[in-house]
Design a protein around this ligand. Structure first.
Ligand code: NAG
Ligand code: NAG
Ligand code: NAG
Length: 495
């Protein structure tokens, strides 16, 4: 997360996509969508585990017994998907048969829509029931990811397809589509997006400001064009990983309406999502998106889609007839799994109504104030304070005979450095308040630590000003207190 020269990593930054792996316990909801363990190894090719089902036709309300079996494995993640949209959201819910070895997960807001292991003990068979929902699609396929050990796993092993009795047969052509590819009609774009209508027909956000997506590979481009009741969205930029944008009510991530374009090697996957807090995005249904198209040429990824300005009854998609902050972020992706954005997301300076007058704007990646805050804290606590401590500790005896302006020279230098630290800390302290216009409620423990450090930094010179004379019995207590407060402040400031 650290910006250049900003080693002060725990600061308030937007941890939009963090991948906290929690594999042994099976609480793997961050892998719900891609079903890829975040182990950083390549999945195995030929599955040795398989899924069997108790019936090949089902009706809404049916319970289908699903069995996963094969050589001993430690972990798994099982979901049911629409066989015609295998990268869509999980369908229906499961009921456990043995809660010792399996547990239900809430994926994409659907309780029990996935099953995983409870521990990394070895097992050879798992049985669960799948409950067909009333809105079940015609064809269902179960997908399972099986982890034999940390480095050895298989991703999205498919089951045979089960169908509703009155459904048309599932064509084998569709069945051979890889689980990661995009199913619904998606077309190819033929040329780069044009910025020539920015500000008159298109509402554009560009980084760097006014870059040309037709000529510059590094140009990150996002545009909105209003047509009657819908908005056409175009996004392009460097295409190694993913590009994303989000509408937000505030300058913080959380509860936002987000859209991702993910480079999946040969294709681009366009995916609506929402953030529940500053965590991994939760993938949503692609149904509200129409006219999805993409292109992947010369390292540039483009994607476009249309969506209605208002989507009554659709969860997590915001109405675009009002103003939002807009976030633009990119990051790396691997096999459809996305990772935390590599640089600060770009955030618009103010809220914009993208369906109103077309504008031509930019944004900022990280506030200058926050960068200065980081730089000041770094200078104060890595440089001046360390020197000050060093001088008090080692030069007191070396320079014991040197005096300057009536005081020991080591003491004068120590005092100057420490006062500088206190002043820098106080200046740094107020900056986030100016930037956020108040207390940073969503920044975790960092602002609290900041208050403690600032209090200690102010306390130290005050204490020192009232230090007892050299031979006073209380001088020992002062020395000890001064040292401990100082050390505590340095430890906390280092966080
Ligand atoms: C968008 O709106 C049109 C009519 O205004 C409607 O026919 C269409 O179904 C809507 N699309 C979605 C995805 O809601
Ligand atoms: C936006 O559209 C929704 C749904 O039609 C409506 O309820 C809301 O009042 C509209 N907001 C504005 C600012 O026009
Ligand atoms: C946003 O723009 C649309 C279209 O011009 C307009 O109907 C709507 O009232 C605007 N919303 C706000 C909050 O200004």
């Amino acid at each position: 997360m650290a910006a250049p020269g900003f080693t002060h990593g725990a600061f308030v930054f937007l941890l939009c996509i963090n991948s906290v792996a929690n594999y042994p316990s099976g609480k793997v909801t961050q892998s719900c969508h891609g079903m890829i363990p975040e182990h950083g190894h390549r999945p195995q090719a030929d599955p040795v585990h398989h899924i069997t089902v108790s019936q090949v036709t089902f009706r809404p309300g049916d319970q289908v017994e699903v069995t996963l079996s094969g050589p001993p494995f430690k972990g798994f993640l099982l979901e049911a998907r629409n066989a015609e949209d295998l990268s869509g959201v999980p369908v229906g819910s499961f009921t456990l048969i043995d809660s010792q070895v399996s547990q239900l997960l809430t994926c994409e807001d659907i309780q029990g829509s996935a099953v995983s292991h409870t521990s990394s003990s070895k097992k050879t068979e798992i049985k669960v029931y799948w409950n067909a929902p009333s809105s079940a699609p015609n064809h269902i396929q179960f997908l399972v990811t099986v982890v034999e050990k940390y480095k050895i796993y298989w991703v999205k092993i498919p089951s045979q397809i089960i169908s509703q009795p009155d459904a048309l047969p599932f064509t084998t052509l569709k069945a051979t589509v890889s689980p990661l590819s995009t199913p619904t009609p998606v077309s190819r774009l033929t040329k780069p997006f044009s910025a020539s209508d920015c500000g008159n027909k298109k509402f554009c956000i560009r980084s760097p400001l006014s870059c040309d997506p037709e000529k510059e590979q590094a140009c990150v481009f996002l545009s909105f064009t209003k047509h009657d009741h819908s908005v056409m969205v175009e996004m392009s930029g460097p295409g190694e990983g993913y590009l994303s944008f989000a509408f937000s009510h505030d300058r913080w991530m959380g509860k936002d309406d987000a859209y991702l374009c993910i480079n999946e090697g040969q294709t681009v996957h366009v995916q609506p999502a929402h953030f529940s807090g500053r965590s991994h995005p939760v993938m949503d249904s692609r149904d509200p998106l129409e006219a999805v198209a993409w292109r992947l040429v010369d390292g540039v990824m483009q994607c476009s889609f249309r969506r209605n300005i208002t989507l009554p009854g659709v969860k997590n998609r915001f109405d675009l007839n009002t103003s939002y902050y807009i976030f633009l972020a990119d990051g790396s992706a691997n096999d459809g799994q996305i990772y935390k954005h590599s640089q600060q997301p770009l955030i618009t300076y103010e809220k914009h109504n993208v369906t109103d007058y077309p504008k031509n704007i930019g944004g900022s990646r990280s506030s200058l104030l926050l960068k200065v805050h980081g730089a000041l804290m770094l200078v104060a606590w890595m440089t001046t304070v360390s020197l000050g401590v060093l001088i008090a500790r080692f030069f007191r005896s070396v320079w014991s005979k040197a005096f300057f302006l009536g005081e020991a020279a080591w003491f004068q230098v120590h005092r100057l450095l420490m006062l500088t630290t206190s002043v820098l800390t106080c200046i740094a302290f107020i900056m986030p308040f100016i930037y956020r216009g108040g207390w940073s409620w969503h920044a975790g423990y960092h602002p609290y630590l900041g208050c403690i450090v600032t209090t200690l930094a102010v306390l130290q010179p005050l204490l020192a000003a009232f230090r007892p004379p050299l031979h006073d019995p209380r001088r020992q207590i002062f020395n000890w207190t001064h040292w401990s407060v100082g050390t505590a402040a340095r430890i906390i400031a280092g966080k």
